[in-house]
Design a protein around this ligand. Structure first.
Ligand code: IVH
Length: 699
């Protein structure tokens, strides 16, 4: 009987270990996690529980015995001078309060030991007067956002950035210095805005992340370029940091929040708040939403206050981190082999809901790539009603065995795009229907062709692609035609008023007013917006053409190099490939695009309509108030796009940076400015509202 119990336990333990190892590989090595952190933690907890009841089965290679995953092989490993431990997770208020109690209990028993030792020395005998040890005072905590990105450590020697690494397995990470150098938030040299002498060797630790907005832009660009989508901002950040070509990393707008010193930092300070403030003064972005709480009650209510507000942030938080403020207590409390005892995280439950798949539809992208979408019975999730969820690609439908009629768990991955997490197979009735791979394009019925992982429609006249191309042409990053959104494009194409994006320029007032929901004023506004867009700079036009693999950045490079659309159209593949930053795949896409006879007709129409086909020379004026000054722009200014404001500053000789630091001279703060404003106020940086900004540029 006993033998059987043990056999079951061993099997259970082995099964848990195998599952955890599998998910470690997915998370740390492939950067493609399949399960939520919460579910992973439950597996770990269950394993730890079994191992503590049956310690005879603990093996040195059990996942409970180490800190994390393995570094990937392509990068040189870098030993951490101080291990990068993890943080113990909690999910409930009780567990948080238990953390506080545990700390106080530990400190109290430490005091009793001290007192006993003291009495031993003085009186020469052990004392039983433990009652005289009063309760340990309330503990002060610093509560911070738990940024859902990638942990990194940055080494500075004599204030200069020399090396940076990922966390890896906690003891050894990947040396990703070249990639980290491209992250603009990382100061390559310390800013000495503090009287505190910088130690000769010092480490700063923090989290690399992508903002929600940049994540969406990146995924949109990948969709346009026909590449696979990232599931959430963390995966995108991790993937970008592990790219072997730093030039590609440089194009990903990675950001940093620094949250602590590593080696060589803490000794000058007495508490964590001072460390954070100093790290900020050294020029590192520190998340502004940290709070000093005088006890666990305050810490708990601060945690709760953010749970419902996390949608307001432009970055992902997967919880809150609670740190004991006193550094002396950090030393006294110490660490277990996995995590320090002075820190805990309160993880937010991933927001999930259960619903049913009513149908699986197929969307056709601008380059003809087909994407399956789950049409759901609408369900409330994270403050919105979700009725559709991405299924990414057709392989995923097979891998997850998703069928029409299935009950599924949906989650806002990174709280942005709803996704189907898993199928509840136990709820199947047998009436669920498998989804057959489409053989034809749902929009134009042409045969579809499999290209790597995607299915593609190659018909250039396909109505779905035509619509997508026009929507893209008119979008903000391209020709920025205000009012020409998806619904209107749909109507215009369905009514055969336009057939391609060049036809936008022959739209007439009468074409528009006859459409449903179109008033005279809106029609006139649209005609004006279309006319205004004719003057856009060449790089916007090149981007708007929707050439595969050519996004905004490549369009700028091409515009700068060729200066006119004609020159670009006549360029040979060799000439294109010689351009720095234009690879052979891009060159081929450009050649294929312009050699297509349909493209040539469309471009002739653009020419005839008087669309600008040359790069507008940017004569740089200088302004003594602005020259060499560093600006950060936040919020929206009436009548300007963000890009326009930045161009104005650059044209007047100023520099634009994306984050506020001690080096910033001016913060241009429009409406809904966000956290940058708070930070600038803290650093006493001059803040310019729209009026003051306009005065400055006109001076
Ligand atoms: S302090 C012992 N502060 O969470 C580690 N970590 O799940 C002390 N993280 O690897 C780290 N936001 O990368 C700290 N405000 C914050 C954080 C934070 C995110 C990450 C960190 C760590 C992971 C553990």
């Amino acid at each position: 009987m006993r033998v059987n119990v043990n056999k079951n336990v061993i099997e259970k333990i082995e099964d848990l270990r195998a599952r955890i190892r599998y998910h470690d590989g997915k998370y740390y090595v492939e950067n493609m996690p399949e399960i939520a952190d919460y579910d992973y933690d439950q597996l770990m907890k269950e394993l730890a529980r079994l191992e503590s009841s049956y310690p005879q089965f603990i093996t040195p290679d059990s996942p409970t015995q180490r800190v994390g995953g393995e570094p990937v092989s392509e990068f040189t490993p870098l030993e951490h001078r101080i291990p990068m431990l993890s943080i113990e997770n909690t999910y409930t208020e009780e567990e948080l309060r238990e953390f506080d109690k545990r700390i106080r209990r530990m400190l109290k028993s430490e005091r009793q030991d001290d007192l006993s030792a003291h009495l031993n020395n003085v009186v020469g005998q052990a004392s039983a007067q433990t009652d005289s040890v009063g309760p340990v005072d309330e503990i002060e905590y610093v509560v911070e956002h738990k940024i859902d990105g990638v942990a990194i450590t940055l080494w500075y020697e004599n204030g200069v950035f020399t090396r940076g690494a990922t966390r890896g397995n906690g003891f050894r990470g990947d040396d990703v210095t070249a990639n980290l150098r491209t992250v603009k938030d990382i100061p390559l040299r310390f800013l000495c805005a503090t009287h505190i002498r910088i130690p000769p060797v010092i480490e700063i630790r923090g989290e690399i992340y992508l903002s929600n907005k940049d994540f969406q832009v990146l995924n949109q660009r990948r969709e346009e370029e026909g590449g696979p989508q990232f599931a959430n901002p963390r995966n995108a950040a991790a993937g970008s940091l592990k790219l072997l070509d730093p030039q590609t990393t440089a194009k990903r707008p990675l950001r940093l929040f620094a949250y602590s010193f590593g080696y060589g930092g803490n000794s000058k300070f007495t508490n964590h708040i001072e460390c954070l403030e100093t790290i900020g003064k050294y020029g590192f972005p520190v998340n502004p939403h940290y709070k000093l709480c005088k006890n666990i009650d305050e810490a708990v209510s601060y945690c709760n206050s953010w749970e419902s507000r996390r949608d307001e942030l432009d970055y992902q938080v997967d919880g809150i981190v609670i740190k004991v403020n006193s550094l002396e207590l950090h030393d006294r409390l110490g660490s277990t082999s996995k995590a320090p005892r002075w820190i805990i995280s309160y993880k937010y439950q991933p927001e999930e809901a259960i619903t049913t798949i009513e149908a699986i539809t197929v969307q056709v992208g601008k380059t003809g790539v087909l994407t399956p979408v789950a049409e759901l019975i609408p369900v409330p999730l994270s403050g919105t009603t979700v009725s559709r969820a991405s299924l990414h690609n057709f392989d995923e439908i097979e891998r997850k065995d998703v069928r029409v009629g299935d009950y599924v768990v949906v989650r806002k991955a990174g709280e942005i795009i709803p996704q189907v997490v898993k199928v509840l197979k136990e709820k199947r009735t047998g009436n669920e229907k498998r989804f057959d791979l489409p053989k034809r394009c749902p929009a134009c019925q042409s045969d579809v062709i499999k290209e790597e992982v995607s299915l593609k429609c190659y018909n250039p006249q396909c109505a779905a692609q035509v619509k997508r191309k026009i929507i893209y042409f008119a979008s903000r990053n391209a020709m920025d035609i205000d009012g020409l959104g998806p619904a209107l494009v749909e109507q215009l194409v369905d009514n055969k008023i336009i057939n391609d994006y060049a036809d936008i320029y022959s739209l007439e007032f009468d074409d528009l007013v006859s459409l449903e929901r179109m008033g005279e004023k809106s029609a006139q506004n649209l005609i004006d917006a279309v006319a205004e867009s004719k003057a856009r700079d060449l790089h916007l036009l090149i981007c708007a053409l929707g050439i595969q693999n050519i996004g905004s950045h490549a369009a700028e490079v091409l515009s700068k190099h060729f200066g006119t659309l004609d020159k670009l159209m006549n360029a040979s593949a060799e000439e294109l490939e010689e351009i720095f930053e234009i690879g052979n795949i891009m060159a081929k896409s450009v050649i294929d695009f312009f050699s297509n006879s349909h493209t040539q007709d469309v471009i002739n129409k653009l020419k005839a309509a008087g669309v600008n086909l040359s790069a507008i020379s940017k004569e740089t004026k200088r302004s003594s108030h602005i020259e060499e000054k560093s600006f950060v722009v936040t919020g929206t200014l009436n009548g300007y796009t963000r890009k326009e404001i930045e161009d104005i500053i650059k044209n007047l000789g100023g520099k634009v940076s994306s984050s506020v630091s001690g080096k910033t001279d001016f913060l241009v703060a429009g409406e809904s400015p966000g956290s940058k404003l708070e930070k600038a106020e803290k650093l006493e940086i001059t803040i310019l509202d729209q009026k003051k900004f306009e005065e400055l540029i006109n001076e």
